[in-house]
Write a protein that binds this ligand. Structure first.
Ligand code: 5GP
Length: 191
């Protein structure tokens, strides 16, 4: 999606260690107009696919997911990162290793929010090694619900997550696919 690629080129910052900082429009500071355009693009891409629920993971997916929920006309659920493993009953839970923070989180969703028969579109800001998305897929399947697809803002296509997850048959639509990035030369997109 050209609009998103242009913003990344103009305002993104490549940090050493393979992290793309997009705090000016996507993470810390958010541009709701951009999110709305992104949500409309996913709506177009997923036309004809049944979706009745949006799932994301805290924290940085929530802003985008809220706008996606508005455009798709369905509720938005977010998985919570809980550092304790002795979580009480009534939740689906899985373990996710965080790419940016280098820690492992137990991630939970209340059982009432994901149910058999739900057709879930999973939303996230980044797809890198795939741990966050795999975790959310796991939560959906534990609930007996179905993954309608994934809606990712920025896929770092030089990391293995996207390919691995597509191979399992899950549809992944990423609006900007980064082929390579470097603190000196910036970001190059998949053509
Ligand atoms: P994965 O689990 O696919 O390795 O990484 C995805 C998660 O890590 C996303 O939820 C995102 O929050 C974070 N992440 C991964 N790579 C980057 C990056 O380059 N920049 C930022 N800002 N977040 C990232």
């Amino acid at each position: 999606m050209k609009l998103l690629e242009d913003r990344i080129r103009a305002e993104g910052e490549v940090l050493p260690g393979g992290v793309l900082k997009v705090g000016k429009f996507l993470n810390q500071q958010m541009d709701p107009k951009l999110f709305y355009a992104m949500a409309e693009e996913w709506k177009r891409l997923y036309e004809g696919v049944e979706v009745n629920k949006i799932l994301t993971i805290e924290a940085s997916g929530i802003g985008i997911a809220a706008i996606v929920g508005l455009v798709f006309g369905c509720p938005v659920v977010f998985a919570k990162k809980s550092k304790t493993s002795n979580v009480t009953g009534g939740v689906w839970q899985t373990i996710v290793e965080s790419f940016t923070h280098g820690v492992t989180n137990t991630v939970i969703v209340g059982r009432e929010f994901l149910q058999p028969g739900d057709k879930v579109l999973i939303v996230d800001d980044f797809l890198a090694n795939g741990a966050a998305l795999e975790g959310m897929i796991d939560l959906v399947r534990q609930a007996g619900a179905e993954v309608a697809g994934a809606a990712i803002a920025i896929e770092k296509a030089f990391q293995p997550g996207g390919e691995q997850i597509r191979k399992t048959g899950v549809r992944v639509e990423s609006l900007a696919r980064v082929a390579a990035m470097d603190p000196e030369t910036g970001v190059e997109f998949v053509k």
